[in-house]
Write a protein that binds this ligand. Sequence first.
Ligand code: CAA
Length: 286
Amino acid sequence: MTDIERVGVVGCGQMGAGIAEVCARAGLEVKVAETTGEALELGRTRLRNSLDRAAQRGKITEEERDTTVERLTFTTDLGEFADRDLVIEAVVENEQVKTEIFQVLDQVVTRQDAILASNTSSIPLVKLAVATSRPDHVMGIHFFNPAPVQKLVELIPALTTSEGTVARAEAMVANVLGKHSIRAQDRSGFVVNALLVPYLLSAIRMYESGAAGREDIDNGMELGCAHPMGPLRLSDMVGLDTIVAIANSLYDEFKEPLYAAPPLLQRMVEAGHHGRKTGVGFYSYD
Ligand code: CAA
């Protein structure tokens, strides 16, 4: 069914922790890497809390939670990823940081047909692929927030990725993770963000112009269109820094004004108001 048993996840923030949880709950053995012991502890706590919540809500039994915890190990040394069949990188949206990680993974992962994947939402996969000596085994595997809940995964082959690599990822996502996948070309925004982000930017422009208040914008889309979250609440959840990174990437690629990050969004990010993760965005969080 799949030849992937040992997974590595680089980064244990919001997305990395969610991806690690999805993989461990699916029965895979998961090793999570962070840069510092402190970040690793934060990530471990984030994962543990999420699993506790899932057990409290009866989504998994306490025994399943405990076996899932046993499948998760943590490290600050990427050298421990030597035996991984699949690595998913989910660190900050910074091309240089991601490129360096792929260069290290290329050196340490011994299985030559291991899949080296990125959860990036804004960096061309081909740039990460050509930073390695195995560009045919590098691709995008893009999860949605919160990863344990959202059913979709986007699969993005770089121009260099082999069909065999994509097919193995596709089979693993469907048969092991139980998620639905769609394929997207390696162009900015892929499918979902190319549609979602201009909508979020429009909502931010509407708020910025004073045309409507934040609750009215959010309630409008939640109650008028049955969206689970309005666009400003959703922006806060995704992270305003991430939205800017995606908007900049879309704008660089297509030069369309609708992709340009509005000044208010840029100023909020410069102020450190990144949404839920920093406690303040369009709304405040405890
Ligand atoms: N981790 C795990 N499970 C979570 C969770 C989390 N962080 N947050 C919520 N859940 C689960 C809850 O346990 C609950 O499960 P059950 O119904 O089985 O008990 C379910 O999700 C609903 O949660 P709540 O009742 O607490 O809250 P809600 O009904 O308001 O749902 C939500 C919360 C799932 C986040 C929902 O509002 C939603 O789907 N919002 C839209 C999210 C979205 O659009 N995500 C995509 C963003 S774009 C992206 O991620 C791509 C990118 O590159 C930027």
